[in-house]
Ligand binder design. Structure first.
Ligand code: AMP
Ligand code: MN
Ligand code: MN
Length: 317
């Protein structure tokens, strides 16, 4: 029996949590567990708590049952934490972790701190959804659960493009296709489709990007006043850092956006050499070897300077 199944034994209530500012793997993994439990453990009352996810994930079954407010008394027999490398990533819903009778963490971040009572962390897996697939019984995976898992995998692999894609990833994706998921629509509508303003800010970020370190690094930033001008939020920033990363000659890409004055969300991506999870961890964040993030304070100049010092160290190694 998998750790997911044993963790659910004799449980009456379960809460499912992900990380703040949830991405496709986060929403996909939370709703995959939600659907799987509804189907296979009907005796367990399951609730998903997340920051409001982007509307583009609304095709996932259970999307409208996601709760976005922390209850006054956060209690559950089991707290399942997904796609979150450390406690703080659980954001507003962290209280559940301490109140719950037991916790299970399923993740794929190399920087995972092992904060659950039980932890299933596979840093070689493309996504939390890939880790979850192994914890589920094949017959128990409905088409709806498969759609959630497939969504998580395509988002964290950039549609099977990034180096975290393995033979196993493709095999699992094949098994999920066999469940009848509409993969063309999922890929097109949840991964590639962007709103007009999202395209506009992408264009602006590329236009204003700056190459440095002999063209090996690139950075771009969106300031709060510009985000307000276009009417965009953190949810609209997906994919920008990837477009920076694929610039000819670039090894490492940095994208920042201003959360509050002098406070920046930092996204880092690399191609072959730089371990950006080390850079992000140094500044209190985390992630993966080729994709990581953190939050930093100071002027744009200081933030980029501090980041580039750490990156240049690795470029010289
Ligand atoms: P992002 O650049 O936000 O797409 O994040 C890239 C990867 O780094 C994702 O796997 C995130 O889960 C992780 N990550 C981003 N921000 C943080 C943070 N502040 N702390 C820990 N991990 C993060
Ligand atoms: Mn994620
Ligand atoms: Mn993930």
């Amino acid at each position: 029996m998998s750790l997911l199944h044993t963790a659910l034994e004799n449980k009456k209530t379960a809460v499912v949590l992900g990380h703040m500012n949830p991405d496709g793997d986060c929403v996909g993994s939370c709703l995959a567990v939600y659907n799987y439990l509804k189907d296979c453990f009907p005796q367990v009352e399951v609730t998903v708590y997340l920051d409001q996810p982007a509307e583009k994930y609304a095709y996932l079954n259970g999307f409208y049952e996601i709760r976005t407010e922390m209850p006054e008394n956060p209690e559950a027999d089991l707290c399942i934490c997904l796609d979150s490398g450390d406690r703080d990533r659980l954001g507003d819903f962290l209280g559940f972790l301490d109140q719950a009778g037991e916790s299970l963490c399923v993740d794929h971040h190399i920087t995972n701190t092992g904060y659950g009572d039980k932890n299933v962390v596979d840093a070689d897996a493309s996504s939390t959804c890939e880790v979850l697939y192994d914890l589920m019984e094949e017959e128990g995976i409905s088409k709806e659960t498969a759609e959630c898992l497939y969504t998580g995998i395509i988002h964290d692999t950039g549609v099977f493009q990034y180096s975290n894609t393995s033979i196993k990833t493709m095999e699992i994706a094949g098994k999920l296709m066999a469940k009848g998921v509409d993969f063309s629509t999922i890929i097109s509508d949840s991964f590639y489709r962007k709103t007009y303003v999202q395209k506009q800010i992408l264009g602006r970020a590329l236009l204003e990007s700056i190459l440095f370190c002999d063209g090996k690094c690139i950075f771009s930033v969106l300031r709060k006043k510009d985000m307000e001008f276009y009417g965009v939020t953190s949810k609209d920033m997906g994919g920008i850092v990837e477009q920076l990363r694929t610039t000819d000659g670039v090894e490492c890409a940095i994208f920042l956006y201003e959360k509050t004055p002098q406070e920046f969300k930092v996204s880092l991506r690399s191609n072959k050499q730089v371990d950006v999870s080390r850079v992000a961890s140094y500044f209190g964040g985390g992630g993966h070897v080729r994709a990581a993030g953190c939050t930093m304070n100071g002027s744009i100049h200081d933030v980029v300077n501090n980041l580039s010092k750490q990156i240049v160290k690795q470029l010289g190694e």
